[in-house]
Design a protein around this ligand. Sequence first.
Ligand code: 5GP
Length: 274
Amino acid sequence: MNYIKRKSIWGRIPIGKGSDIMARRKKIYEGKAKTLYEGPEPGTIVQYFKDDTTAFNAEKKAVIEGKGVLNNILSEYFMVGLGNIGVPTHFMKRLNMREQLVRQVEIIPLEVIVRNYAAGSMAKRLGLEEGMQLPRPIVEYCLKDDKLGDPLVTEEHIAAFGWASQQDLDDMLSLALRVNDFLAGVMYGVGIKLIDFKIEIGRVYDGDFQRLIVADEISPDSCRLWDIETGQKLDKDVFRRDLGSLTDAYTEVAKRLGVLPKGATPMARPTLIN
Ligand code: 5GP
C-alpha cells in the first residue's frame, strides 16, 4: 500500500485527499470557523481552522483562502505567550498549517469580552464615539447562543441560571484581565492598539480539583486591532465593514509579530517560519 509521510500525530497514513483523511476522524463539533476532531489521547482535541468567515450572526458569509492558516499560527503565538507568563490555556501544540492539538475542556457557555476603547456593540449601545479610550478596561459577558444573537448578560444572570459559579466569575475576571494586559502589551510593541477582544474559557479537572483555562482561539477574528499611527483596522471588521482584504490585514499582524517572514506577501497559502 502507498503511504504519504505526513508530519502529524496520525503518523504515516494512506494516501488520500485531505478531506478523505479528515473524514475518517471522529468529528466532535463543527462551528462557523473551526472544526473539532477527537484527539489521539483521551482528553485531547484536534482543532482545525477553516477559511470560512462569518459576521452578523452568520448573515454575512465568505470563504477567505488562507485565513484559517493565519489564525492557527496567530492563536498558537498568543496561547504560547500566555502560557509563558503563567496564564493557563488549552493549547498543547500545533500539528500542521491548519490544526492544533488542544486540551479538552468543558466550555463555559459565555463569551468574555474585554474592552479598552469604545467600539462595536458597546459604542452603539451606549452612544459612544468609536475609538474613545475607556476609563478602565471593561469586562462584559455574552451568552453563547447563536439563535439569540449572543445576548449581553450580567453576573446576576450568570449566577442565577448557573452558567458559572461566583468563584468561576472571579476566576474568569482575573483571567480576562491578565489576557488583556498580555495582549495589549504585545500589540503595543508592534504598533497596534488592542481595542477589544473576546475569549472563551473552559473548565478542566485535575483529580478532585477543577480550574479554568483559556480555550477556543485568540486571533484577529476575535479581537479589534487598530494601527497606532493610522488607525487602520487589522481585524475582522475589515470583512464586517468591507474595508479591503482580510488576509492582507491578518498577514500584516502576523508579520509585525514575527510569525511570518518580513517579505511574505498576502497569499492563499502563507509560509510558516518554523
Ligand atoms: P462586539 O460586541 O463589539 O461586536 O465585539 C466585541 C469584541 O468581541 C470584538 O473584538 C469581536 O471581534 C469579539 N466578538 C464578539 N462576539 C464574537 C463572536 O461571536 N465571534 C468572534 N470571533 N468574536 C466575537
